[in-house]
Design a protein around this ligand. Structure first.
Ligand code: FES
Length: 137
């Protein structure tokens, strides 16, 4: 609340992904935003640089990166791993450092953290991202 008794910011609850404290320091978390058969499917990861969000679509063949809920990381937790064909991505940039799409990047999702809540930034066009065609292999 500010001095006038109104909230300091207006929070769009449809863009809230999770509480920051619910994302483990070396964890990852899948989420969906939007209704219908084709919601925006994304995931969060944490790194030393902060919290990062990406569309859950591999630039190799367009598959979701995980096969199991919340399983997005390499065994040592240092990189994002695509479970389909083993591509590895930097957590902080989404850049693919090894695998069939080396040199390409995951689609980033701008995030904001307010009042301990991780949410999609207001600048993210959810409709455009969920309707984006699958990348070329
Ligand atoms: S779909 Fe991700 S490496 Fe092939």
């Amino acid at each position: 609340m500010n001095a006038s008794g109104k909230p300091a910011i207006a929070i769009d609850l449809e863009r809230v992904i999770c509480r920051l404290e619910d994302l483990q320091p070396e964890g990852a978390r899948a989420f969906t935003i939007g209704d219908g058969d084709w919601p925006l499917r994304g995931f969060l990861v944490r790194s030393a640089q902060g919290v990062h969000g990406y569309v859950n679509r591999c630039p190799h063949a367009g598959h979701p990166l995980n096969l199991l809920p919340g399983r997005f990381l390499s065994p040592d937790g240092s990189l994002i791993l695509c479970a389909s064909h083993g591509a590895l991505f930097e957590k902080a940039t989404g850049f693919c450092v090894a695998g069939p799409c080396a040199g390409r990047t995951l689609t980033p999702l701008a995030l904001e953290v307010h009042s301990g809540l991780v949410m999609l930034a207001a600048s993210v066009d959810v409709s455009a991202l969920r309707e984006a065609p699958a990348p070329e292999g």
